[in-house]
Design a protein around this ligand. Structure first.
Ligand code: NAP
Length: 516
């Protein structure tokens, strides 16, 4: 069986000690082993701090962008192979796998183009020059300069390709070397990407630790950054880690999120906006088996529309084939790991005790093309609550799988925004309405509780990717429960890896520093 090595200090390190086995979550067939320890992480950090920092310091934004373009090209060249690995190791249908792999390549290409636009400089301007002296000769200018440290990236199991690429794109373009750690259970895609990327990048710019983190965090120091995506318990541990506190390590956390979708009071289900709402809710239940951090977990519809929405969902979900995702006729695969299946079944049971069934019971399903008793399968589940605002299992626990819950409201923007807030801070929430006054009142009240608000309407319906797609040009992250982080968002995504410095001096010198 394949043994997945880590790529550290410029070579492949197999590790040593006990092994973990990566499996196909549809069949539980073993795919690869990984050693759980035995890597020289002190040397890996030293390599990044010397070679990686020096190599990137010699490159302008445009030159770093060209490196990103070469990585995107490498993904395109090995696309079919990467899609097959995502299907085998991630429980992805081919369409789910494209979301991860093509999304990764697209994000690299976006930041490659941004690098080309930023050109020959290594500093970013923050705002316009300002006069701070008696005359215009004495100026002030805020700039962003790269941080001198290592960016440690810890990724979740659900997007091994996109997660690697979206964090790498911003750090590399900003000028920081990266040590990336994919989630162990689904590391095959990230491992193959590292094999493709290693010959294309200067020494020390990207290293990959496959397997548990071990002592990774014990090597953090001043100037370093940790960008994490995963569960809130791990996020809490990171917040309190002694090295993070002692060295002021910058931390970006993307954690749990109870995203909501609200149907506006003006929307008829048969209209274009109503169709968009239903398509988005159903897509988020089934795409990647509901294992997207941005998926809709809570649905709010105006009083009197509950049954029509429930009926439309039953109709759409009834025809979805569930089973081995390598089959062409299967639309939804298994959960990514056995541990996730256990957690999700427990979450559904907690919800079931406080809600009524609309579709799918508690997720029992007989999957297509899978040996009896094998695979980590849960079918799509829709629950309903009569009191969405006070349903604690709904508003306090994220069920990270194919499960969503319907509730009704009085149609006011105030109630809708208060329901979004009840999730304690989310990555994204959506509202569907063609009434501009309602949308305006909703945005004003809901914005503090969401990193992104998706405003579904008839005018944008035909070109919408849905709220579940994180775009490189818009922020990804959210307040409160969602971790308080910010990634992507165009040039903003670079700021995590840069220090903002106020410069004051001769205005013409300041202008020249920024290439003016
Ligand atoms: P997790 O256990 O927090 O794992 C996330 C990453 O952290 C993995 O790479 C994991 O490595 C690593 N990790 C775990 N313990 C660590 C430690 N002590 N030090 C350093 N790294 C450590 O979360 P998960 O199992 O992937 O997902 C659990 C929950 O995360 C989900 O149920 C969902 O609520 C949430 N989630 C959120 C997002 C988002 O974008 N906001 C995305 C996915 C999941 P190993 O795999 O080697 O343990």
């Amino acid at each position: 069986m394949q043994l997945l090595a880590s790529y550290l200090s410029g070579s492949w390190s197999p590790g040593s000690g006990a092994k973990a086995t990566l499996v196909n979550p549809a069949t539980e067939a073993p795919l690869a082993d990984v050693h759980t320890s035995g890597h020289d992480l002190a040397s890996a950090f030293a390599y990044a701090r010397t070679s990686g920092i020096a190599e990137l310091g010699a490159l302008s934004f445009a030159q770093r962008g060209a490196l990103l373009a070469s990585l995107a090209k490498a993904i395109h060249g090995a696309r079919e192979e990467l899609l097959s690995l995502a299907v085998a190791n991630g429980g992805n249908t081919r369409s789910d796998a494209k979301f991860d792999i093509d999304g990764g390549a697209m994000t690299l290409s976006y930041y490659a183009e941004l690098g080309a636009k930023l050109g020959g400089s290594t500093l970013l301007a923050d705002g316009e020059p300002i006069q701070v002296g008696r005359t215009a000769r004495m100026g002030g200018q805020h700039v962003w300069a790269r941080r001198r440290g290592v960016a440690v990236h810890i990724n979740a199991f659900n997007f091994p390709g996109w997660g690697l690429c979206e964090k790498l794109a911003c750090a590399l373009l900003a000028g920081m070397p990266v040590i990336s750690k994919p989630a162990t259970a689904t590391a095959l895609v990230a491992h193959r990407m590292m094999e493709l990327f290693a010959p294309l990048l200067p020494a020390g710019v990207l290293q990959l630790l496959v397997g548990p983190a071990g002592t990774l965090l014990d090597h953090l120091g001043t100037g370093d950054v940790v960008a994490f995506t995963g569960g809130s318990a791990t996020a809490r541990m990171l917040r309190g880690h002694a090295r993070v506190i002692e060295h002021g390590v910058r931390l970006n956390l993307e954690a749990d999120s109870l995203n909501a979708a609200v149907l506006g009071p003006d929307v008829d289900l048969g209209s274009e906006t109503g169709g968009l709402f239903l398509a988005d809710v159903v897509r988020d239940l089934t795409q990647k088996t509901g294992q997207k951090c941005t998926a809709i977990r809570r649905v709010l519809v105006p009083l009197g529309k509950e049954e029509a929405v429930a009926e439309a969902m039953r109709e759409r979900l009834g025809g979805i084939a569930i089973g081995d995702p390598s089959r062409d006729d299967v639309r939804m695969g298994p959960l990514a790991t056995g541990a996730q299946a256990t957690d999700i079944k427990a979450g559904i049971a907690r919800l079931a005790a406080a809600t009524e069934t609309v579709f799918g019971g508690t997720g029992e399903v007989t999957p297509l093309g899978v040996p009896a008793g094998k695979g980590f399968f849960v079918g799509p589940v829709v629950r309903a609550t009569k009191d969405p605002m006070n349903c604690a299992p709904l508003n306090e626990h994220e069920v990270f799988g194919p499960c969503t819950t319907l509730g009704s409201y009085d149609g006011t923007a105030v109630f809708a925004a208060a329901f979004i807030a009840k999730g304690g801070g989310c990555l994204v929430s959506s509202a569907y309405s063609d009434e501009r006054d309602w949308v305006s009142a909703f945005v004003g009240a809901a914005a503090p509780w969401a990193g992104r608000l998706y405003l579904g309407s008839a005018k944008m319906a035909a070109q919408s990717p849905g709220p579940g797609t994180a775009l490189p040009s818009l922020l990804h992250g959210g307040p409160g429960r969602a971790g308080g982080g910010e990634e992507l968002g165009g040039e903003r995504g670079l700021h995590l890896y840069m220090q903002r410095t106020a410069l004051e001096g001769d205005a013409s010198v300041l202008k020249a520093l920024l290439g003016g």
